[in-house]
Ligand binder design. Structure first.
Ligand SMILES: [Zn+2]
Length: 473
């Protein structure tokens, strides 16, 4: 408990700096890898704290790391700072306003995410420096999470090699440890080439790429029944050949997503989808080709690090809210639909079991969901998955808004620059710093975490996409 108090004090001493970083990043929402101003704010804060900053990781100008310490185990914290397009934003305004054309917004709370990870790195460093403990602290600035697969490129470049443990967190409308996997993802392009012809006067001389694409989708829809239940196939036409019905189309392009609980399963499903494409091409006497355009590995929560992180969260106790926070949450809760609220409660249920019910009806989640884990799989993908294949990794979620707020919405964006977001990011920072400290002080736990990671991954990172795929800078 002494250590929890000390870490708490260290974060609170510099709380104004961390929340100012979050607000500054919120003020200038930027997208993908083009997050220069946001990265600059965090780099400046790291340099002020005496971290050694190296930019341009993996050939991406806005990917960077800040390192402190000479020897001892290496604890890493992952920060994000990219926003979403066309959300627009107005701090503290609960009702959705007129959208500003092209107005980007921090609908996923990554402004708080980057600042919370910064708070963790600085507080852990402050503690070990004051006590003279061995240990190194690294902050990774990771752009391009919403789109771009930033961390997968960084993982491929070896950025996450030689670390002992990595921590991250994600803003949410509830608080708890992230003790479950996420879906791995592959994005694929299938191209069909045929022979153009007049569709009425000489269709028999044509070979339709559009027919091939349609037959491929039919085949994929039948394949669906025979892939693992949690796997997903989605497709979209990127090119249907052309606008004229009286032409036998000689080209067509489909974009497929394959998702599954494990990256190895997506590779198996890909082989079967390729057979469907080959069959469609054979039926139509067209040629086909495919390429992987991007991908994400599934997230493997390291149970040793996750348990330590949950312990840290519980020692720190839930986020303490003031009357003004409850009032703000009530205002935002009125702007959240029942459907959205119930969906969040369902998510909490699948994470924390029936204990989630304790919070039904509340405007703010002022507790911590238990670390139940189990069979739940987050039904989306994150590039933290690729980090988890490189190093034992643990994550938490912390409330940055009223209970029921969905990610990627006006309300999540608008609460990103309020006391709720500030409290969430400071709690996340404290929790991750304390968890890092617990691991530094018990090297046997770090060894156990590494053993578990080795048996789960084989210890070798395989990037989901081929070497020729480069970040879209
Ligand atoms: Zn996010």
């Amino acid at each position: 408990m002494e250590k929890a108090k000390a870490i708490c004090r260290l974060v609170e001493e510099k709380a104004g700096r961390f929340t100012a970083v979050s607000d500054a990043v919120w003020d200038t929402p930027e997208l993908g890898f083009e997050v220069e101003r946001s990265a600059a704010v965090i780099i400046k804060a790291l340099e002020r704290e005496g971290f050694q900053v190296e930019g341009g990781l993996a050939g991406i100008a806005t990917a960077f790391k800040g390192t402190w310490g000479e020897n001892g185990p290496v604890i890493a914290f992952l920060g994000e700072y990219d926003a979403l397009p066309n959300l627009s934003q107005a701090a503290g305004v609960a009702e959705r306003q007129e959208l500003v054309p092209g107005g980007d917004g921090h609908g996923c709370g990554h402004n708080a995410l980057g600042a919370g990870a910064l708070a963790a790195a600085v507080a852990l460093r402050d503690y070990i420096r004051a006590k003279g403990l061995p240990g190194r602290v690294v902050y990774f600035g990771c752009p391009g999470e919403e789109f771009g697969c930033g961390k997968a490129f960084m993982a491929r470049a070896g950025c996450f090699a030689n670390l002992d443990c990595a921590f991250s967190w994600h803003p949410q409308s509830y608080t708890g440890v992230w003790n479950y996997g996420s879906l791995a993802h592959l994005s694929l392009l299938f191209d069909f080439k045929g022979v153009a012809a007049h569709a009425s006067s000489e269709p028999y001389n044509g070979r339709s790429a559009l027919d091939a694409a349609e037959l491929m989708n039919v085949g994929a829809n039948f394949l669906r029944e025979h892939i693992p239940p949690a796997a997903r196939l989605h497709y979209a036409f990127h090119d249907a050949g052309g606008m004229a019905p009286n032409v036998v189309q000689d080209r067509a392009r489909l974009n497929y997503y394959v998702r599954a609980p494990k990256i190895a399963q997506t590779r198996e499903i890909l082989e079967r989808v390729k057979k469907v494409a080959a069959g469609a091409a054979m039926m139509t006497e067209t040629d086909w080709s495919f390429s992987i355009t991007d991908g994400l590995s599934d997230f493997i929560p390291n149970s040793v690090a996750t348990t330590v992180l949950a312990e840290a969260m519980n020692e720190l106790g839930p986020i303490a809210y003031a009357a003004a926070d409850y009032a703000l949450a009530e205002k935002f809760r009125a702007a959240v639909s029942e459907a959205a609220y119930n969906t969040v409660l369902e998510q909490m249920h699948s994470i924390g079991g029936s204990l989630a019910e304790e919070y039904r009806g509340k405007n703010l989640m002022d507790g911590i969901l238990p670390c139940s884990g189990g069979a739940h799989i987050f039904p989306a993908s994150t590039d933290v998955g690729d980090v988890s294949y490189c190093v034992p990794t643990a994550q938490l979620m912390a409330a940055v808004g009223c209970l029921g707020t969905a990610l990627h919405t006006w309300q999540m964006t608008a609460q990103g620059r309020t006391s709720l977001a500030h409290k969430g990011l400071l709690f996340a920072g404290k929790s991750m710093a304390l968890a890092g400290l617990k691991l530094l002080e018990r090297p046997e736990l770090l060894k156990e975490a590494k053993r578990e990671w080795l048996s789960a991954t084989g210890g070798k990172y395989v990037c989901p996409f081929p070497d020729e795929v480069m970040p879209e800078l």
